[in-house]
Write a protein that binds this ligand. Structure first.
Ligand SMILES: *[C@@H]1O[C@H](CO)[C@@H](O)[C@H](O)[C@H]1NC(C)=O
Ligand SMILES: *[C@@H]1O[C@H](CO)[C@@H](O)[C@H](O)[C@H]1NC(C)=O
Ligand SMILES: *[C@@H]1O[C@H](CO)[C@@H](O)[C@H](O)[C@H]1NC(C)=O
Length: 232
């Protein structure tokens, strides 16, 4: 009887994992500090926003307190005492401003919020004082030059976590999704790809049916009794 239940669970798991293939964009996996690829083949690429001359794309953006921040995606920059950073905070101070390195490009990771598929770039400093910065990517319509960097800053005084938002068309998933949950009419360029996917799906389905049949047969052998088939 226990073995019967195990088999039932196994069959259910196979069904669920087959259904679970289509779940929208999925997780965006970073491969460089400014590129990540979603499970569905779409991607985010911020390079057209970045400056590559050692200066930041967004300079001295103020939060609601007195701090200002500079950020450059993709490539590091130097501003004051922030040397080769991705993000720098400047705190007005006497006799001179304090420069707080807020993260390095080579620490950049992409985090996907599975509730709404939104993506955040996370940077860390690699030496003391350790700080972490979160840049939430917010998709807006329009031109890349309308991109807007908003500094939220610390949510609590003395916190080592700093929060930001990039509102940009570059924060919208680019490229054609390979697998869509709502099937769109296909362009000719990815017809071949789609045919391949359909073949894979048919093979997967056939395998599933075969597997289910085998399991049912085994169940029939192992579990003697009348009500086995009714359970499925
Ligand atoms: C940014 O702020 C720093 C420190 O206040 C200042 O030295 C620098 O000139 C500012 N840069 C720009 C482009 O305004
Ligand atoms: C900053 O960028 C330069 C040029 O790409 C690179 O040589 C250097 O290693 C980078 N520095 C850091 C701290 O990543
Ligand atoms: C994920 O997104 C949902 C909906 O926008 C939001 O309520 C939630 O706070 C987010 N989670 C994190 C960890 O940011």
């Amino acid at each position: 009887m226990d073995i019967c239940k195990l088999k039932l669970i196994f069959v259910s798991a196979v069904f669920v994992s087959c259904l679970g293939v289509n779940y929208g964009q999925g997780v965006c996996t970073g491969t460089t500090p400014c590129y990540c690829k979603f499970d569905n083949g779409q991607f985010l690429h911020l390079v057209s926003l970045a400056k590559s001359d050692g200066s930041p794309r967004f300079v001295n953006v103020t939060d609601t307190h007195e701090m200002t921040y500079s950020w450059n995606p993709c490539f590091n920059f130097t501003e004051g005492a922030c040397k080769e950073v991705a993000l720098c905070g400047i705190q007005p101070s006497i006799p001179h401003d304090l420069y707080l390195p807020l993260g390095n490009q080579n620490t950049a990771t992409f985090q996907t919020n599975r509730t709404d598929n939104s993506v955040t770039i996370v940077y860390k400093t690699q030496t003391k004082p350790f700080r972490t910065s979160y840049v939430s990517l917010v998709c807006i319509k329009g031109d890349t030059k309308d991109s807007y960097f908003k500094a939220i800053g610390q949510k609590q005084q003395l916190s080592t976590d700093f929060y930001f938002e990039l509102r940009s068309p570059l924060a919208c998933p680019q490229g054609e999704p390979i697998v869509t949950s709502t099937q769109k009419p296909s362009s000719s360029s990815n017809k071949a790809l789609e045919a391949g996917l359909i073949t894979v799906s048919i093979v997967a389905f056939a395998l599933m049916v075969a597997l289910t049949t085998v399991v049912l047969k085994m169940k029939g052998k192992i579990c003697k009794g009348g009500e086995n088939y009714d359970q499925l």
